[in-house]
Every structure is written in C-alpha cells, then in structure tokens.
Design a protein around this ligand. Sequence first.
Ligand code: PMP
Length: 375
Amino acid sequence: MIYLDNAATTKPCSAAVKAACEAMTDNFGNPSSLHRAGLNAQLTVDAARKTIADSIGTESGCIYFTSGATESNNLAIRGASAAYGRKKHRIVASSVEHASVDETLADMEKKGFEVVRVSPREDGRFCAEDFISACTEDTVLVTMMYVNNETGYILPVKEVFSAVKRRFPETVTHCDCVQAYMKLPVKVNQLQADLISLSGHKVHGVKGCGALYIKKGIRVLPIITGGKQEKGIRSGTESVPLIAAFGAAVKELSPTISERYDTVSGLKNSLINKLSSVDGVTVNSPEDGSPYIVNISAEGKRSEIMLHFLESKEIYVSSGSACSKGQQSGVLGEFGITGKRADSAVRISMTAETTEEELEMFCDAVREGMEKVRG
Ligand code: PMP
C-alpha cells in the first residue's frame, strides 16, 4: 500500500500504540478515582498534558483534552461566544475553514451572531488587512486555520491576530492548528492565539483525541457538562489510552519538526517535478504552502474516478477534503480553483517517511490513469 492521505489521518506510531496499550492493560484506572489505580492513570494524563503544553510553549494548565479537533473547534467557538457574546455579536472567520468550524459558525448565525467570512483576494491569497477591516468593536471572536487541509495554503495567522489584538484587545483569537501542528512551529506566543485546536490522529496518535489550548485568563464556557473533569471545561472520563498515545506521539515528533519539514519540502519539490511531465496535470497548491499537502487536478478526470483508479493500485489519496466524504466543500472555489479543475482535484498528503519510490509509482499511476480512465 502507498498511503498518501496523511492529512485525513496518520498511522499511529509505535510509541503511541505502546502507550495506549499500557493504559488499557496495566494502567486502566479512572483518573478521578482516589485510589492508586486512579492516581496512576492521572499521572499518565498529566504527563501527556505536559508534553503537549511544552510542544506549543505553554503550561500544562492551559491544555484541555477533548475527543478531537472537531470538538475543540466547537468548544472554542461556542464556548468563547457564550462567555463573551452577551454584548458582542460579530464573529470574523476565513472562508476556507474546515467543516467543524464552518458548520459551527453556521449554527452561531442561527443563534443571532453575525458571521463575516473573509475570502482570499483574486490571486488566491489572503490579505491580513481584510480580516482587520472586517473586525469592529462588536467582534467577539476571530477564527482562522493555520494550514488549509485541502490545499496546504498557510494563512497569515500571526499577522492577523497580532493586529487584531493591537486594535481590539478584548477580541478572542482562535486558530485551528490541526494541519500545522508537528509540521510547522506552533507556539502560542508567536501566533498570538487565545485558543488553539489540536488533533491527535493527524500527528500519529490515535483517533478520538484532541486538545484545546485556552490562554490563562480567557473564559470558555463548557459545551459538555457533567463530572467536571478537565477543570469543568470538558466533562467526561478522560480517555487515558488515547491521551497517552497523543502525548507519546508528540514526544516523538517534537524534536524533529524542522528536520521533517526539510525532508517533506524536498519530497514536494520532487513530486511537482515528476508531475510536470504528466500531460494534463496542474498543481493547485501554492509554492509557499505547507509541503505536507499537495493538491493537483487531473484534467478531464473526475476526482473520484481517479481516486478509485489509484486505489486499484493500492495507492491511497483523497479527493478534496477526506472529511467531507467526497462532497465538495467549496473551499477550492474560494482559492480560485473552480469548475472542471475543482471536479478533478486530488489531494496528496505526505509524511517524512514517504519515499521517492512511492512518489514515482504515484506519478506513473496518474500518467496511466490519464490514458486509461474515462473521466
Ligand atoms: N480541522 C482541520 C483543519 C482538519 O483537517 C480536521 C480533520 N480533517 C479537523 C479540524 C477535525 O479533526 P478531528 O478529526 O480530530 O475531529
């Protein structure tokens, strides 16, 4: 199998599997229990929390575990709006957010918030000024992702958030860092984000676990209430195995972010180079995007048809965003990729373990698909 769908999910690393297994065998206690088995489970959760806090340059007390980034995004948007939205009713977002943000914003609109979605300019690039001029005194929250999951486009988060904070210090800033975390440096001070969403399974952890960073002093009201775990911000017995796996994966990846970035940049260049010899293939991702995600269009071949042709060769990619199960999200259109080009978009997402041979085989298969597949 040639797995080129790492933006959808990654293979859990062996350290993550080992940590999860330990928490399901020897260390299966409930962290809330007052006996030793509970304490041991609590220590495991605390250790993972510290690892994740360190990785983004914060303290353990600012990390709250969730069931994944979908929940983190919901908690950030709903929770901050509930805490601060009595007097302020405007939310500013990018127009290319993941469904877990965008659908939540649609719900906020139904609840009476005014949501302003900022689009890229005609050249497909976001301009920080456009976000800032969309903000008013009435803006409760600005939310934008760091790396777009469909194209790899890097949004100007730091520029936008620092300007917003200068002009409207009371406005809360939230960043969905799912596709950036452990790939680009994600540091709370550098981003000027009050809230940051992370996902475990995109960084070689296990599915069903994520985290929300909440800056000290920022209020977020819970969306799940109950036994007051996670300081009451996210009730429910902590999934110790998944949290342990998340921590183990981050511990392993943290020291090699820039090394892996260089490796994957090399892979991206080489992939684009190889694809340039395949007739009818265009690259949709920007040159200066995250190297981990490369979006291409295979002229005249519908995404699903190409995807299944590649699948027949055990090469796994995604059409647009895997989360939307093949449904077009409209995000490509926002980047100026429309019509037939959008219909034939295929997303390749790599890791530092992806090999040149795999990319060679992928390109050969695309070339063959261009000849054999009906469209
Ligand atoms: N945000 C982005 C940018 C994503 O790519 C994803 C996953 N596709 C999510 C949020 C949701 O993450 P999770 O699967 O952990 O709910």
